[in-house]
Design a protein around this ligand. Structure first.
Ligand code: FRU
Length: 524
């Protein structure tokens, strides 16, 4: 068994030889300028996937992440670490968790153990406890079926240094190959810790009073939802229903593949939690085989979204971050120095919708405080070719477009961003099909992956109001579309060969009108 902490030098050299590509300083500089996001987290160097163990403590947001420090493709996982005061500017710190004798460190969560239930706190200190999956690569290579186990570690300095529990694993593997991604939270009603764990394509629930001893409670998922891929990174949470005093329980489950536009995505289920079992509402019972259309995000690039622990919100909303990529092409995205980053943090709650509810996701309030309005119009008439802005007027790679589309039969709105290199990016609303879309098939970057450049990604509209409020957030390589007040969201990466220079808007079929139209620029 390799002790990675001890043999770090040997491993580093090994991975540098195997994993790193050699890029010239010029290429690196171009890449930084063209692709390093303004307000999305990316690691300084190397590979990143899922967000892990996010928590808030005394004014600081902590983000950990699946990280391979020695290569820009996935490999032996560590937990990287970054902190922020506003969820938009991040500072990266030394690696928090290293692989050990039980394996590498897969996804998991962190809780602030205020009552010191774990007993790890000394002399009144509040322990911060991480619960994660140890992945024993040697076991997997030897075709064992017990290579994923759950372990814990604690920090007494607010998440910067960690001590692994000497009796790990706390949940041994019962003989199941996919057995991972523990997300733990304190259940107020049953006064215990609850863990949601991804097990093949189901979720198992466990409970504990001290984070060390865990007992199995129940399982969820058979016959329900989408099962085209393996279930990963689940989270059970209670969310408020907007405009009511009601609260409902929601189970987030990431799935890969099986997403609505291919590859990785996060589905959700709504129901109740009785301290033991998750009981889905009738809409979800026996829904396997039917098209599951409850997705946290319909775009291709938001995976493994989970929430911050210990983040109080006056109305009980949660804040989530997802991995802004997709397992279909994450290893191939055209950056070399680093690969992949996170979505914009989003506040989530529920909206009543007919006989059920829909999740609403919107940027956190910090976002607005960094916007400067550049163009505001009460009413914008749109015809077949309206130029909205050029790069001279507005930083097109760090901006927000917002307003309300007015509707009549078949009215479509198509935003186009382009440059003189021939890159074209489209997004908007197709009135005939009543769906939102993103089309990144006409970017000039050599086709690095067929799935990335394939046709349109779409999401059917659920809301029935006569206007469509929208908020479109653009960073250097990402597009995040929030329609109908966050009821339908699409997130997608894009990689132009040069900066995009124009923003245009077409109203197809008829002319159109956008109310309260606003173009705003993000300032640091
Ligand atoms: C999800 C995932 C998790 C796993 C981790 C490994 O993207 O596959 O299930 O813990 O990534 O890096």
């Amino acid at each position: 068994m390799i002790n990675y902490e001890k043999s770090i030098v040997g491993v580093t050299i090994g991975w540098l030889l195997i994993g790193c590509t050699t890029s010239s300083p010029d290429t690196m500089q171009k890449e930084e300028k063209l692709y390093r996001p303004h307000f999305h987290f990316t690691p300084q160097t190397q590979w990143l996937n899922d967000p892990n163990g996010m928590f808030y403590f005394e004014g600081t947001y902590h983000l950990y992440f699946q990280y391979h420090p020695f290569s820009n493709v996935w490999g032996p996982m560590h937990w990287g670490h970054a902190t922020s005061k506003d969820l938009l500017h991040w500072k990266e710190h030394p690696i928090a968790l290293f692989p050990d004798a039980l394996g590498t460190i897969f996804s998991g969560s962190i809780v602030v153990d205020h009552q010191n239930t774990s007993g790890f706190g000394k002399e009144g200190q509040i322990p911060i406890v991480a619960i994660y999956t140890n992945h024993d690569q040697k076991g997997e290579d030897a075709c064992s079926n017990t290579f994923q186990t759950q372990s814990i570690a604690y920090s007494l300095d607010q998440g910067f240094h960690w001590v692994k529990y000497d009796q790990n694993p706390v949940i041994p593997n019962p003989g199941i190959t996919d057995f991972r991604d523990p997300k733990v939270s304190w259940d107020l009603s049953s006064q215990q810790w609850i863990m949601a764990l991804a097990v093949n394509s189901e979720v198992f629930f466990y409970h504990s009073s001290d984070l060390k001893q865990w007992s199995y409670l129940s399982r969820f998922g058979k016959g329900i939802g989408n099962h085209e891929g393996v279930w990963e990174c689940p989270e059970l949470m209670e969310l408020p229903v907007a405009g009511t005093k009601e609260k409902k329980w929601v189970l987030l489950v990431s799935i890969n593949p099986g997403g609505p536009n291919g590859g990785s995505a996060t589905q959700y289920f709504i129901g109740d939690w009785n301290g033991k079992e998750f009981i889905p509402d009738s809409e979800f019972v026996n829904s396997m085989g039917q098209k599951h259309d409850f997705w946290l995000d319909f775009g291709t690039d938001n995976y493994a979204s989970v929430s911050f622990n210990n983040l109080p919100h006056p109305r009980g909303k949660k804040v989530v971050i997802g991995w802004q990529s997709n397992w279909e092409y994450a290893r191939k995205v055209p950056t070399q120095k680093w690969k992949n980053g996170m979505t914009l943090p989003r506040e989530i709650d529920l909206l009543p919708a007919g006989t059920t509810y829909r999740m609403r996701s919107l940027p956190t309030p910090f976002w607005k405080t960094h916007l400067v309005d550049k163009k505001i119009t009460e009413s914008l008439a749109v015809d077949s070719k309206t130029i909205l802005a050029s790069i001279e007027d507005l930083a097109l790679d760090r901006m927000q477009i917002s307003g309300e589309m007015t509707l009549s039969k078949y009215k479509s709105y198509v935003f186009q961003m382009d440059n003189s290199q021939g890159d074209k990016l489209f997004f908007g609303y197709d009135g005939k099909k009543q769906e939102f879309f993103i089309d990144r098939s006409q970017l000039q970057i050599p086709n690095f992956n067929a799935a990335f450049s394939a046709g349109k990604q779409t999401a059917a509209r659920n809301a029935i109001t006569s206007t469509i409020p929208f908020q479109i957030i653009i960073d250097k390589t990402s597009l995040e579309l929030f329609f109908d007040g966050g009821q339908t969201v699409l997130t997608a990466l894009y990689f132009p060969s040069a900066p995009l220079e124009h923003l245009r808007l077409f109203a197809a079929q008829n002319s159109g009108e956008i109310k309260y139209f606003k173009l705003s620029e993000f300032i640091h």
